[in-house]
Design a binder for this molecule. Structure first.
Ligand SMILES: [Zn+2]
Length: 293
């Protein structure tokens, strides 16, 4: 923990007492990350107070951290650590640019292990050993998703906190190492919500629908771009009620939950993707993002 405070010393330590530090009292560059205890798979709110800065550049574990100017003058980025990121120290590169030049604020951030479970489940054989025709479909869909994820909006589209997509409790299924039919191992990169067939699924925040169609594994799938590399993905719908290119607001119905694609039964699979990293959706719901912009 000590390492991350080195460039900021007393100023930063004094800010730790409250979850939302009052940067207005600070006279020099300062940095804050929340949650402070960083685990693999966690979304993180990064805030930089840099009076006079014209821009702030960021990079963390090979992913671009894009800052925007917040309502109170500080620079803000929603970032995170991929569920498969190695534990140990990492450098969060932050460079402040202003008329006088550039200043390096980069702190070292310790990534702690998260304790994810292991599990086994049974699905239809075609999802474990897809045939040649299915493989063609899957390959085309991989390309389509790459294109979709390569062009996020250049400004944040979300406003305030993220809200649960259904009125049901999520399971703690994010990060679970799973065996399908005793064969294929994969990591579960979303949170499953108990949702009986036909439950309305809502947008967790505002954004643009960039994908709304049936896919092989995902079933009927809706992807929302929230800007600056942040997306939410909802899968296995029985019916989709939005179209690609449509702007949506938090709470707007995207469709009805179902059991399409690779499932064992009706539920909602909800995932959060940031710059290619998969983050724990339940942790995103806990972040306090009110009044930031
Ligand atoms: Zn799932």
């Amino acid at each position: 923990m000590r390492r991350m405070f080195l460039p900021l010393t007393a100023v930063f330590l004094s800010l730790l007492a409250v979850s939302r530090p009052a940067f207005a009292q600070v006279r020099q560059d300062a940095f804050h990350i929340s949650p402070v205890y960083v685990v693999a798979g966690a979304p993180e709110l990064v805030r930089v107070y840099a009076p006079g800065a014209t821009s702030v550049d960021g990079e963390w574990l090979g992913r671009k951290v894009e800052f925007f100017r917040g309502a109170r003058g500080e620079w803000i980025a929603l970032a995170g650590v991929d569920v498969e990121a190695p534990v140990g120290p990492s450098m969060l590169h932050i460079v402040v640019n202003d008329a006088a030049g550039t200043r390096d604020l980069s702190p070292s951030i310790e990534i702690h292990p998260a304790h994810y479970r292991t599990g086994a489940l049974s699905v239809a054989p075609k999802f474990v050993e897809p045939g040649a025709e299915a493989m063609q479909e899957i390959t085309a869909e991989v390309k389509l998703k790459q294109e979709v994820f390569a062009r996020s909006a250049s400004k944040p589209l979300w406003h305030g906190d993220f809200h649960a997509p259904v009125q049901a409790l999520p399971t703690d299924s994010f990060g679970t190492r799973r065996m399908f039919n005793g064969k294929l191992a994969s990591i579960h990169k979303g949170a499953d919500f108990h949702a009986s067939m036909g439950t309305p699924v809502r947008a967790s925040n505002s954004g643009i629908v960039v994908l709304a169609r049936p896919l092989y594994y995902e079933g009927n799938c809706v992807v929302i771009d929230h800007g600056l590399g942040l997306y939410t993905l909802s899968m296995h719908f029985s019916r989709i009620d939005v179209h690609e290119g449509q702007r949506v607001n938090a709470g707007q119905v995207l469709g009805l939950s179902g059991a399409t694609g690779r499932v064992t039964g009706p539920h909602l699979h909800w995932a959060v993707r940031w710059q290619g990293a998969y983050l724990d959706p339940v942790k995103l719901l806990r972040l306090n993002l009110a009044d930031l912009r």
